[in-house]
Design a protein around this ligand. Structure first.
Ligand code: GLN
Length: 470
């Protein structure tokens, strides 16, 4: 896809992409804010048309701070927030020549997996408008799937890039924790938050990583390694590589179509030289992944967002005293899901509860990280379907949250956030006209290996985007 725009006239590319973004917004409601041609975000990029992303139209999730451009994280309390500065990645993208076309829709404050909670309304799936895009980076996924932009930035705390990528038939990549700076990105849960990209190919994801990666002194979790020419180094040779199939995930999936296509892919990977091994987590331990994730994420979120109170930050509602200003601002400015999560998070952080809730969840996290690192002693990558179903219908009642399918197959991608491992979703095929996908995860810092394996999977699955509703 990047090839398609390369060496194009930036103004022409902007005008075409602007029209496509408007079309995408009309059909799927995936845009929060359009960027005008005379905005500094575009004008400054015009000075860098010799960069690796020259004239390539892209989107930013609306939790990425953009100087002089509204940034709401799709949360009403931030409806009037206009940042004074650009996130580090925005500077990097401008310096690479990219054309930032839009800010994309997301679940409120990046909490959620449906994109039904955005302050601007639900985002529809470009393959079937009666279905969700997935979230929380749903607008970014839909904009790439509809072809409106060639790349979109997302954030991923539990699966918010990799799951919507699976539902929308695009590549979704989050690299190692700390590889991409988070400075200037509205946080969710600091020990789990990652920045990453949606693209239509693994190669484009590799090119994007090269632009985005690198040490940033303004992000204390930033790692001290130089970016590599990931795209030039891409190597899809599977000889000598061992891929572990996560047996617990496979065993908890009902959808035969997904299982058949996944097994056919595994046969191809074997034929192409990979050694395949089925591996298992302790099932009882694996089932604690989601509850411990929610505790950690909600606790960290309630602390991170304590400044959204109408006094220090956010739209202020009247009240008789500061406490009532806070109560009224928060009640008015935050949606019901967010309020519920803040209550759970605050409860988990009460001194009396910390030991049995927050700290216990952290200890479980350590057990799951250790179990994963043990598996990486024997395998190069861990592979499974990225999701056990196609994108759910907009009006589906939420899944049975105590089923194995939900606790394991629907949420195993959280392992990538617990460990900080690179993890990438690659489209695999279709079920009922909607995309299905696989995900591969490799050990922390092995971003090149992750992209290499993804490139081999991409070739073996031979996914072709369909026209369909798009
Ligand atoms: N659905 C998960 C949650 O709500 C993941 C969100 C994310 O990765 N930002 O916490």
């Amino acid at each position: 896809m990047f090839e398609h725009y390369k060496n194009g006239d930036p103004k022409t590319n902007y005008e075409k992409a602007n029209q496509s973004c408007h079309d995408s917004q009309d059909k799927y409601n995936d845009v929060v804010t359009f960027v005008d041609y005379d905005h500094p975000l575009i004008q400054e990029a015009l000075h860098h048309q010799d960069g690796p992303l020259a004239a390539i139209p892209i989107a930013l999730k609306d939790n990425v701070n953009t100087k002089d451009l509204k940034t709401t994280a799709c949360c009403h309390i931030l409806d009037n927030y206009i940042p004074q500065y650009n996130a580090t990645i925005v500077e990097k993208l401008i310096n690479a020549g990219a054309l930032i076309m839009v800010k994309s829709s997301m679940d409120e404050l990046a909490m959620g997996g449906t994109n039904l909670t955005a302050s601007t309304g639900p985002v529809a799936n470009p393959y079937d408008r009666t279905r969700i895009s997935g979230g929380s980076s749903g607008g970014s996924a839909a904009l790439v799937a509809s072809g409106a932009v060639a790349m979109a930035i997302g954030t991923d705390t539990g699966d918010s890039i990799r799951k919507p990528a699976a539902y929308c038939g695009v590549v979704g990549f989050k690299p190692t924790y700390g590889r991409i700076s988070r400075y200037g990105i509205i946080p969710y849960s600091s020990s789990l938050d990652h920045v990453g990209v949606f693209t239509t190919s693994v190669k484009d994801a590799a090119i994007s990583l090269e632009v985005l990666a690198g040490r940033d002194d303004r992000d204390m979790t930033s790692i001290n390694e130089k970016p590599e020419p990931y795209a030039d180094l891409l190597n899809s040779d599977l000889h000598g590589k061992t891929i572990g199939i996560i047996g617990n995930v496979i065993d908890s999936i009902d959808n035969e179509n997904i299982l058949d296509q996944f097994n056919a892919l595994v046969d191809k990977l074997k034929a192409n030289g990979a050694t395949i091994q089925t591996v298992y987590y302790d099932e009882a331990l694996l089932k604690t992944l989601l509850p411990s994730y929610y505790l950690i994420a909600n606790c960290e979120a309630s602390a991170n967002h304590s400044n959204l109170d109408g006094l220090r930050f956010g739209v202020r509602m009247d009240g008789d005293d500061p406490t009532n200003v806070m109560i009224n601002s928060r009640t008015h400015g935050l949606g019901p899901l967010i309020r519920k999560r803040f209550v759970i998070g605050s409860y988990g952080l009460f001194e009396a509860n910390q030991e049995k809730l927050f700290k216990k969840a952290q200890r479980i996290r350590r057990l799951l990280v250790n179990a994963t690192m043990d598996l990486f002693k024997h395998v190069d990558g861990l592979l499974a379907p990225a999701a056990p179903t196609i994108a759910p219908k907009m009006d589906t009642d939420s899944a049975d949250q105590l089923s194995d399918q939900y606790l394991i197959a629907d949420n195993w991608l959280i392992l990538g956030n617990f460990t900080g491992s690179p993890s990438i979703t690659v489209p695999l095929g279709y079920d009922h006209g909607c995309p299905i996908a696989t995900n591969i995860m490799t050990k922390p810092f092995s971003d090149q290996l992750c992209l290499d394996l993804a490139s081999a999977i991409e070739q073996a699955s031979g996914f072709e985007p369909m026209k369909g509703d798009r």
